[in-house]
Design a protein around this ligand. Structure first.
Ligand SMILES: Nc1ncnc2c1ncn2[C@@H]1O[C@H](COP(=O)(O)OP(=O)(O)O)[C@@H](O)[C@H]1O
Ligand SMILES: [Mg+2]
Length: 285
């Protein structure tokens, strides 16, 4: 335990063992873009090794939250960010966190392996070494034999796996995945979910995962954060107390359905607010 952490603010929980220290803490994080307040006093705590899913109406600030945690945007003054127990600016998180943005961002002129090693190359890892690392990982990502293919030669599911492999290869304490399966058909998506849980358990990463699919949020998560309509903050934190490994049929378990009901109700409330404020804006503009 670092001496600097034993402040009043962390309280009795913060002064327990290191293992109990959260990986990431956000306190009263606000972000405005001109007239638009995207996030307002958002609080969240992510534990090491946790898989936390985030749902909320479109435009409520989910991607903005990720951009802050990835170090790409600074929040307004007043909020507090802590990573691995230390207070920091968003910019300090750049390179500490691996981030898969909402679009897969594969480079069309690079083959599978060269796309996968992009973040490592940017970091200065020698190309041959990065390639060898990627080649070892290919089978696990269902891409064995596809190393020399280009993005246009791959299915949607495969492209997502290349983007995910890039994120996994960039080994960092926290992975941010912004709607990674949003564009996939239902069957591919279900396969990818089970596969992601397997690799998550094997590599023991901490994952923050945005989705608009409540089933996906429950199926994957240890906890689901429901965000309010914009300006976004955390409306509800729901623990998902379902056994792992999660089997596909878990979606019919009474506990799964109970959670789904709670979450849908919370999301529905916020979606209506978000729809109403959009309508008001249209009428007054
Ligand atoms: N760079 C930016 N400049 C101006 N407005 C932005 C910027 N990024 C996001 N916004 C606005 O902030 C709000 C939240 O956006 P976003 O975080 O992308 O929402 P979500 O991912 O939940 O759909 C939206 O109103 C969006 O238009
Ligand atoms: Mg988004």
């Amino acid at each position: 335990m670092q001496a600097g952490l034993q402040t009043k603010e962390t309280g009795p929980v913060g002064s327990l063992e290191d293992a109990a220290e959260p990986l990431l803490e956000l306190r009263a994080v606000t972000k405005t873009f001109g007239e638009v307040t995207a996030l307002a006093r958002l609080d969240a705590t992510i534990a090491r090794g946790e898989f936390v899913t985030v749902v909320g109406p479109s435009g409520c600030g989910k991607s903005t939250l990720f951009n802050i945690v990835a170090g790409l945007e600074e929040p307004d003054t007043g909020g507090v960010l802590r990573f691995e127990g230390r207070s920091c600016h968003a910019a300090d998180l750049l390179g500490q966190v691996s981030f898969m943005p909402q679009r897969d961002l594969l480079l069309p002129w690079r083959n599978v392996v060269d796309n996968a090693i992009l973040a490592l190359e940017v970091e200065g890892v020698p190309r041959q070494q990065a390639r060898a690392q990627a080649l070892r990982m290919l089978p696990e990502f269902g891409l064995a034999g596809f190393e020399n293919q280009y993005p246009h030669q791959l299915s949607g599911g495969m492209r997502q796996r290349v983007a995910l492999m890039r994120t996994f290869l960039f080994e960092r304490g926290l992975m941010l995945l912004d709607e990674p399966f949003g564009a996939l058909d239902a069957l591919t998506r279900a396969m990818m979910q089970r596969w992601l849980l397997d690799v998550w358990q094997k590599y023991r990463r901490t994952i923050l995962f945005i989705t608009h699919d409540v089933d996906e949020a429950i199926f994957l998560g240890d906890r689901v954060l429901v965000m309010t309509a914009r300006p976004g903050s955390v409306k509800l934190e729901q623990v998902v107390d379902l056994p792992r490994p999660r089997r596909p049929e878990i979606v019919t378990a009474p506990e799964f359905i109970r959670l789904k009901r709670i979450l849908l109700e919370a999301i529905e409330e916020e979606s209506i607010k978000s729809f109403q404020s959009a309508t008001v804006r249209e009428q007054t503009s």
